[in-house]
Structure formats: structure tokens, C-alpha cells
Design a protein around this ligand. Structure first.
Ligand code: DGT
Ligand code: CA
Ligand code: CA
Length: 364
């Protein structure tokens, strides 16, 4: 009974799906969300595209000009600029639903999270399949968001499983099936294995994870160094002990406002700052969070950023302490303030729940 039950959830074609949510007429049209560069015109790249646009060969990272060529004969195709604030709002709503389905919730990014559901499923994969389906339904009915979930006994295989069938997929890989599930998949499906490593393996005539298992750990260590070598060795066998560690969206615990006028006057700034604290504190109370670090941020009149933060002696959720610290930081920051301030922000961090351990894949 030591097996864990872990889900990895990933929202489908996220930015483009957000656009479909607020404009349902887009659902039947190819949609590409673009990050325009400041050079103007069509210079820039595609952030993501819905599955209709992908059918025409439009993909993340592709130059906008190139994507427009692919869709040149499709008059109903739409190209939209990114609206990160709106995507974050959709993400926050979805994450709140996801949290309520998890024993331990780990935020990975705007469209991705891990859930440890071992306890609430009583270590059972039948229950987990049911829970995952319920979670998908709940996101679909309340937010109209489609997502894909992978379920297995560790984070690595749960993540690979969530990438297995997209969009709107649900893939369950029980512990006894892990090796046979992974075997036929291309080596590239192992998180952290990029194009370069894939080429290295391809030169050795290794394409599938099953074939990768024929390479001993010493050879892998020689090729990639010990840390990554042993990661790959274990990953090929579906072995991963990384815990799901409670982690929240850092953006959720910050607030920023554009001032009515640029200023560096303490009495003017402190009013907005207190309002930001009140607002942020509501979220802190709602999520039952204790913080130990408090920071303020200035966006200055030339749009440069300035931040200052302070670590408290103990974890707290006190509004008084938040305000007191923020006001002190404001005073200190204004002492040598040259430029006027245009936007003002507050954030808390360093939460009492242990924060996530670095993922090995970060070393790639
Ligand atoms: P999928 O495959 O259905 O999960 O599609 P996405 O679009 O959700 O892909 P994912 O999960 O890899 O990425 C989540 C979001 O991150 C995506 O909606 C847009 C953004 N993103 C992904 N790749 C790129 C990229 O190459 N450039 C930029 N600017 N943004 C990207
Ligand atoms: Ca996604
Ligand atoms: Ca993702």
C-alpha cells in the first residue's frame, strides 16, 4: 500500500482556448495567438494555436509571417494578440477548482499542475480515474475549459501520460503497466530530453524508450554527466520519487496597480499601497497561507523595475504586519528615489508549506 496516486493536468491549447471561451464563434475557426515583437508589422511568433490551426501546420514558436502563409487560403482564420491578464484569470479560476480535488496541489505554470490524490482515493486507481473524470467535467461545466489528465504512481509517468492523448484526454497508467506503456514511446517523450539528446540517441540507433533501456547507467553517465545520466536511466524505467510539493501560483500572491499619476510622494503612494495590501490579504486569508517574505515593486516612469523585499522573523498571515513591513519598505525605497513611479506592487512569498524541490529536468 505504498504506491502513490498522482495526476498531472494540462489545459488544452491554453491561450487559444481562452480566446474561444470568451468568443465561442472562434471554435469552428483556426485560431493563432501571436506574440508581436516591437518591430511592428507581422514580426513575432505564434504562442499557441487551436487544433484546427494546427491541422494546417501552425505551431508554437513559429514566426507569425510563416503561420499566415500556412493559413493564406483560409479566410476564416484568426490571428489574435496575447492577453496574459485574461489567461491568468482563467487559470486562477481553474486552479481553484483543481486544488479542491487534491490532497497536495503543486502549481507548475499557468496551464499545468500536479495533484497528489493518494489519500482521497485510498491508493486506488479506479477511484483516481473517477476523480480525474470528475475534475475534467467540473472544469468543462464551470469554466468551459477542456483539459488533459495523466494518472500514475509518480510525477514523471503522470506527466508523460497527460501528453499521450490530447486534447480532452485521460490516460491512466497503473504501476504494473508503466514499463509496457513507456516502452514503445519515442525517447523524446521523457521530459527534459530535447532535440540534441534525441539526436545523440538516434546516432546510437536508439529511438524508443524500450531501446533506451539497453544502455547501462555508466554509459549514460559518461554521455550526460552523473545527475542527468541517472535521471534518464530511471526515467526509461518509469522510476521517479519526486514528491508533489505544495506550491502555489506566485502571481496570485501579488498585486500591482497603475497610479493615477506618476509620483514619488510618500503620502500619495501609501494610500494605494494600503489598498493593495487589503486586497492581497483577502486572497491570503481565503487560501489559508502563511508568508515570511514581503516585497514591493516600482515600475518607474522610464518603465524600468525596482524591487525591495524583507524577510520576516516568523511566518504570518497578519494584515498589520504586512502593512507595517510594506510601509517601511516604501520609506526606505523612497530615500534615494530619482525617477517618478508609474506602477506600484506588493507581493508576499516564502510560504510556510514546504516549497517545491527543484525538478531534475531544470538542469537540461
Ligand atoms: P497543448 O498541446 O494542447 O497543451 O497546447 P498548449 O498551447 O496549451 O501548449 P503548452 O501546454 O505547451 O503551453 C501552454 C501555453 O504556453 C500555450 O498556450 C502558450 C504558451 N507557449 C507554449 N509554447 C510557446 C512558445 O514557443 N512561445 C510562446 N511565446 N508561448 C508558448
Ligand atoms: Ca497545455
Ligand atoms: Ca503546459
Amino acid at each position: 500500500m505504498t504506491d502513490r496516486v498522482i495526476c498531472h493536468i494540462d489545459f488544452d491549447y491554453f491561450f487559444a482556448q481562452c480566446e474561444e471561451i470568451r468568443r465561442p464563434d472562434l471554435k469552428t475557426r483556426p485560431v493563432a495567438v501571436c506574440v508581436y515583437s516591437d518591430r511592428g508589422g507581422d514580426s513575432g511568433a505564434i504562442a499557441t494555436a487551436n487544433y484546427l490551426a494546427r491541422k494546417y501546420g501552425v505551431n508554437s514558436g513559429m514566426p507569425i509571417k510563416f503561420a499566415k502563409k500556412k493559413l493564406a487560403d483560409v479566410p476564416e482564420a484568426v490571428f489574435l494578440p496575447t492577453d496574459f491578464e485574461y489567461y491568468s484569470e482563467v487559470s486562477e479560476n481553474a486552479m481553484n477548482i483543481i486544488k479542491s480535488h487534491a490532497d497536495i496541489f503543486e502549481y507548475v505554470g499557468r496551464d499545468e499542475a500536479y495533484l497528489d490524490v493518494t489519500e482521497r482515493t485510498g491508493h486506488g486507481f479506479k477511484n483516481a480515474a473517477h476523480l480525474a473524470q470528475q475534475l475534467k467535467n467540473s472544469l468543462r461545466t464551470t469554466i468551459k475549459l477542456s483539459s488533459t489528465i495523466g494518472v500514475s504512481s509518480n510525477k514523471l509517468v503522470a506527466k508523460i501520460a497527460s501528453g499521450y492523448k490530447k486534447p480532452d484526454g485521460l490516460t491512466i497508467v497503473e504501476p504494473q503497466d508503466i514499463e509496457s506503456f513507456l516502452g514503445p514511446l519515442p525517447i523524446r517523450t521523457i521530459p527534459g530530453i530535447g532535440k540534441k539528446s534525441e539526436e545523440k540517441f538516434s546516432e546510437m540507433n536508439l529511438d524508443t524508450i524500450l531501446q533506451l533501456r539497453s544502455v547501462d547507467v555508466f554509459t549514460l553517465n559518461e554521455l550526460f554527466g552523473r545527475k542527468i545520466g541517472s535521471y534518464i536511466y530511471n526515467a526509461a524505467r518509469g522510476i521517479d520519487d519526486e514528491p508533489v510539493s505544495p506550491r502555489h501560483d506566485p502571481v496570485q500572491y501579488s498585486r500591482i496597480v497603475t497610479l493615477r499619476q506618476d509620483s514619488k510622494d510618500f503620502d500619495f503612494l501609501v494610500k494605494d499601497l494600503e489598498k493593495l495590501c487589503d486586497d492581497l490579504h483577502e486572497t491570503i486569508v481565503r487560501d489559508n497561507i502563511l508568508f515570511k517574505s514581503v516585497g514591493i515593486q516600482f515600475v518607474q516612469s522610464d518603465l524600468s523595475n525596482k524591487t525591495k523585499s524583507k524577510t520576516l522573523r516568523n511566518h504570518t498571515s497578519s494584515l498589520d504586519e504586512l502593512k507595517k513591513t510594506v510601509i517601511q519598505l516604501l520609506k526606505e525605497s523612497l530615500e534615494d528615489q530619482q525617477l517618478l513611479i508609474r506602477r506600484l506592487g506588493v507581493r508576499v512569498s516564502d510560504f510556510s508549506q514546504p516549497s517545491g524541490q527543484a525538478d531534475i529536468t531544470r538542469f537540461f
